[in-house]
Design a protein around this ligand. Structure first.
Ligand code: ZN
Length: 290
């Protein structure tokens, strides 16, 4: 699923093509996308308005339109936006026709959503109910992260995936950040020390920045709006590298389950806390040597 760096890549690519232009038509071909609004209602609320800014909050792409109307798009598992595709791409669910550009939202699995907020207050309330700290916001400090972690007994991997605490981190960037911070994914969030929280804060930002610099990771269905692939998957430190040597100590990387997700870890650089010995699968040494 696209995470913060992938959505940010899309945003940066599209912004010059849509900002200060008019959203002439919004054709919602799949009524599921605009729920609870009917496609015609969403279109009526937004068509004919100028796009003032294409923004992002967490994994949401935020279309800011004239007179504080907002279209809040979430790509979910397989959604992507294609700029001026030749013809109609498969699985096109929505067309956004901006003066001078046509955007196809394609989504094989149909989990993507487009929601309307009228006014800044509605937008802020929408995000306040769903999203926590924005990693690049100056308010996302080590102390802030430590405070959040203190209130969670969840394993730190699950804690990182919870969008209501930190917005934008998904399975890839959680694994990468935990490795950079030297923290085992099954460590309890509320047992993080202040220095560990500080290391994790920096590691989250560094991982996301590396992802953005590489224009996102291309796994599953992510593509940027020209259908070009990001390259961050070639730079993963541990994610999807089961059995390969750890880039720091050469110990084989293991795959285990945490927060219900395949999770990659170097258990030498990220020592497993004793209290988590039985969680997340066998601890068997060398099980990743296959
Ligand atoms: Zn290692």
């Amino acid at each position: 699923m696209p995470e913060l760096p992938e959505v940010e890549t899309i945003r940066r690519h599209l912004a010059p093509h849509v900002e200060h232009r008019t959203l002439e038509r919004l054709e919602v071909l799949d009524e599921r996308w605009s729920r609870p609004l009917a496609p015609a209602e969403l279109a009526a609320a937004l068509e004919g308005r100028a796009v003032t800014k294409l923004g992002r909050r967490g994994k949401y792409l935020v279309w800011e339109l004239e007179d504080d109307a907002f279209l809040l798009m979430h790509l979910r598992m397989t959604g992507t936006l294609l700029l001026d595709p030749p013809g109609a791409p498969p699985h096109t669910r929505v067309w956004l026709r901006v003066s001078g550009a046509d955007l196809a939202f394609t989504d094989p699995r149909r989990f993507g959503t487009g929601e309307l907020a009228l006014g800044v207050q509605q937008r802020d309330a929408f995000f306040a109910a769903r999203l926590g700290a924005e990693p690049h916001d100056p308010a996302f400090t080590a102390a802030h992260l430590h405070g959040l972690a203190k209130r969670s007994r969840a394993p730190v991997k699950a804690f990182l995936l919870d969008q209501k605490r930190i917005a934008g981190v998904g399975n890839i960037y959680a694994d990468e950040a935990l490795f950079r911070a030297g923290l085992h994914p099954l460590r309890a969030a509320n047992r993080l020390t202040r220095p560990q929280a500080a290391a994790l804060r920096d590691a989250i930002v560094a991982s996301l920045d590396a992802g953005i610099a590489a224009k996102g990771a291309t796994i599953d269905d992510f593509r940027d709006p020209d259908g070009v692939s990001g390259t961050f998957q070639d730079q993963f430190l541990v994610h999807r590298r089961e059995g390969e040597p750890c880039p720091r100590c050469a110990n084989p990387i293991r795959k285990l389950r945490a927060a219900g997700r395949g999770t990659y870890v170097c258990e030498r650089c990220q020592p497993r806390p004793r209290y988590a010995a039985r969680l997340g699968g066998r601890v068997a040494q060398g099980s990743a040597l296959r």
